[in-house]
Ligand binder design. Structure first.
Ligand SMILES: Nc1ncnc2c1ncn2[C@@H]1O[C@H](COP(=O)(O)OP(=O)(O)OP(=O)(O)O)[C@@H](O)[C@H]1O
Ligand SMILES: [Mg+2]
Length: 156
């Protein structure tokens, strides 16, 4: 596990940009953290790092936003941002086609409030990121890599 301290919103964005360089198609990032921890802020950095020009807003009501990537030299074709905060059940996400993206070789998925969709994540290769809210502007960002061949059993 690696741990980083962020002292500001812009440091979290910068961390996301740096993190984006290590992302590959098929990656699924689970973003844990309280309300206002900085999950969406981190996604903004990841998106910027992957070349997304559009402003990122969390898909609280849409549940899922798909950003098409136009990197000629990369197999990565989409950044998929899922926010389950208002999700009623897993079926709702299945209905909007999320399963086509989860683990797809040409997509990176980032998921806010992944606790709610454990069933959809079982057996997938995932990476957990936990953002701890320390003070008004200090956050601890913990990154843990879990490669699961076996069914994924979340412990958080
Ligand atoms: N070090 C920091 N890193 C990230 N955000 C910070 C930091 N310091 C202060 N903030 C502020 O905290 C808030 C984080 O909001 P953000 O929407 O990213 O959180 P979230 O975890 O996605 O919340 P939600 O669960 O509501 O989706 C922003 O208002 C941001 O300006
Ligand atoms: Mg958010």
């Amino acid at each position: 596990m690696t741990s980083t301290t962020s002292q500001s919103q812009s440091e979290t964005v910068a961390f996301g940009k740096k993190l984006s360089r290590s992302l590959k198609g098929g990656d699924i990032l689970l973003l844990y953290g309280d309300l206002g921890a900085g999950k969406t802020t981190l996604v903004k950095g990841i998106a910027a790092g992957l070349g997304v020009k559009k402003a990122i807003t969390s898909p609280t009501f849409a549940l899922m936003n798909v950003y098409n990537l136009k990197n000629k030299n990369s197999k990565l074709k989409a950044l998929v941002h899922i926010d389950t905060y208002r999700l009623k059940n897993e079926q709702e996400l299945i209905d909007i086609g999320a399963e086509d993206y989860l683990g797809a070789p040409d997509a990176v998925c980032v998921i806010e409030w992944p606790e709610k969709i454990e069933g959809l994540l079982k057996g997938k290769k995932i990476k957990k990121i936990t953002i701890e809210h320390k003070s008004k502007s200090e956050r601890i960002i913990k990154t843990e890599k879990t490669i699961s061949d076996k069914p994924y059993e979340p412990k958080i």
